[in-house]
Design a protein around this ligand. Structure first.
Ligand SMILES: [Zn+2]
Ligand SMILES: [Zn+2]
Length: 98
């Protein structure tokens, strides 16, 4: 079986990286080059995630968002819609502008 590699499997290093988690599972937090906001990217090419995995990634991404958005935005939300790469789990954190 051929291993499929997408852009999120082969993360480029030209934006800001914040954290790489290895335990309890692999994921990376970095700035999205298209949206310029932080996002969490699962370390495996799959789209099914457990609620525990999502909760863990949200907690980590929230820490990064707090550092990045504090003083500029009052609130931010997790955006779990995957538009460009729908088969590799990732989600953004976006400031609320209103
Ligand atoms: Zn992938
Ligand atoms: Zn993006």
């Amino acid at each position: 079986m051929a291993v499929r590699l997408c852009d999120l499997c082969q993360l480029a290093r030209y934006t800001q990286w914040y954290a790489e988690f290895h335990y309890p599972f692999r994921f990376t937090i970095l700035d999205c080059d298209a949206c310029d906001v932080p996002m969490a990217v699962l370390g495996e090419h799959r789209v099914e995630v457990t609620p525990e995995e999502v909760a863990y990634m949200e907690k980590a991404l929230d820490l990064v968002a707090e550092q990045k958005f504090r003083g500029k935005f009052a609130k931010w939300i997790f955006d779990h819609k995957m538009r460009q790469i729908p088969d590799h789990y990732h989600f953004h954190v976006r400031p609320l502008l209103w």
